[in-house]
Ligand binder design. Structure first.
Ligand SMILES: CC(C)(COP(=O)(O)OP(=O)(O)OC[C@H]1O[C@@H](n2cnc3c(N)ncnc32)[C@H](O)[C@@H]1OP(=O)(O)O)[C@@H](O)C(=O)NCCC(=O)NCCS
Length: 381
């Protein structure tokens, strides 16, 4: 066996997938043959979920049936909500709270713990339930933390619209609902990224879907992955609060060897196409509010980093100012990423385990050889 070490598994192919493909040099992203630009402007998050899970875009009857099945699953069991309440009152990190709550969803899931983990129908139903309930958990957590009562989901609203309704106790206007729905479409899948890989690794042991999604949430939480969107907004706020020139901030960050969140990518060598779309939405929201402050600060940083380091923005860079201008609390940006990416996690798990092989890489051992050590039992040490 070749002993080529692939640190970070860079460039390693671990599966065949019909779900999504990235052209990192051209800056293109495609879900099941459809460009992200077409899906972002012409399909809702529910349509994209259907595409990822069932392999084709739904016709109007299929979409109506699917959307109402999803909407019927939004309620979250009282015991889970009570745990969410405790975590919100204890000021738990929102991603940690989501990870715990999603894990707990298995306790009330109608599919048995003993169900065949490769049963596609069962996994699709479970995936639907988990995906439908995540927004309810995130909105309840956020409201309780602010001293407000949770708002029950409404089955007559779309997935994106209903989340904003539960978050603010107010049906969002069409622009906000549309921007949010588009953000969910843009984040829904992205090849075998770190959190998706986590989900697939877990599923490859023939564990269950709740375990796979819980593992993925833990992986998304990190600042090198989903956690970057929160860090971006904190950086922009820091620059603004200190009335600094963004260029001074970014120069200082680079000089002190820090990474600038929202820039760079393992697969893209050019600007992430999702950042292009969200950058436009961020600009539109700024224009509507009469201030391009966040957008202009962002483009200044973008131009500098491209010029100096050849680093282009990724999706997290412009989702940050987009969500901020929508009035969404900064520390739930990553849970919102999870709210969308769960669609990809479920799709990849189902696809992978159809032709499952346990994922089990190896490490090159660099520890001591037994010839270099002398063992002594505890009593003799
Ligand atoms: C996403 C990320 C982890 C990809 O990392 P990777 O493929 O392992 O790339 P590397 O860590 O090997 O970085 C390659 C070079 O670019 C630099 N670089 C990468 N991203 C950078 C960033 N955001 N800011 C500053 N420098 C960066 C690295 O320092 C490294 O430079 P060097 O070769 O001089 O040491 C990385 O770009 C990053 O940390 N970005 C910030 C976090 C982020 O936005 N994550 C969300 C991704 S969607």
């Amino acid at each position: 066996m070749s002993d080529d070490l692939k640190k970070g598994l860079e460039g390693v192919l671990v599966a065949e997938s019909g779900l999504s493909v990235i052209d990192g040099d051209a800056g293109e992203l495609v879900y099941r043959g459809y460009t992200i630009e077409d899906l972002a402007t012409g399909a809702s998050y529910e349509e994209v979920l259907y595409l990822l899970w069932y392999g084709h875009l739904p016709d109007s009857d299929e979409l109506e049936a699917f959307a109402s099945e999803m909407a019927a699953e939004r309620e979250v069991d009282e015991a889970v909500l009570a745990t969410v309440r405790k975590m919100a009152e204890a000021d738990e990190n929102p991603m940690a709270a989501l990870r715990t709550a999603v894990s707990m969803l298995s306790t009330t899931d109608p599919a048995s713990e003993d169900a065949d983990p490769t049963d596609e129908e069962m996994n699709l139903a479970r995936g639907r339930r988990i995906t439908a309930k995540i927004p309810t958990i995130v909105a309840a957590f956020t409201r309780i933390r602010n001293g407000d009562d949770p708002v029950a989901p409404r089955a007559d609203l779309g997935h994106a619209q209903n989340f904003l309704y539960m978050l603010n106790d107010k049906v969002p206007d069409d622009v906000l609902a549309d921007v949010f729905d588009q953000a969910l479409v843009l984040h829904a899948d992205h090849g075998i990224n770190a959190s998706t890989f986590s989900a697939v690794v877990t599923a490859s042991t023939l564990s269950d879907l709740h375990s796979a999604v819980t593992a993925a949430i833990g992986t998304l939480k990190g600042p090198l992955h989903g956690g970057a969107n929160q860090d971006v907004m904190e950086m922009l706020k820091e620059v603004d609060d200190a009335a600094m020139d963004p260029l001074d901030w970014v120069k200082d960050a680079l000089d002190s060897g820090r990474r600038v969140s929202g820039f760079g990518h393992r697969v893209y060598n050019v600007k992430d196409p999702r950042a292009k779309i969200l950058g436009e939405r961020s600009k539109e929201l700024g224009e509507a509010a009469g201030s391009l402050k966040w957008y202009e600060m962002s483009t200044t940083i973008e131009e500098y980093l491209m010029e100096q380091k050849g680093l282009a923005p990724n999706v997290d860079f412009y989702s940050a100012s987009t969500y901020y201008q929508m009035g969404i609390p900064i520390d739930i940006y990553t849970p919102i990423f999870a709210m969308s990416r769960v669609g990809g996690w479920v799709a990849h798990v189902i696809e992978y385990i159809e032709d499952n092989r346990l994922i089990r890489p190896r490490a090159r051992y660099i520890g001591p050889d037994p010839s270099e050590t002398t063992f002594a039992a505890l009593s003799e040490r």
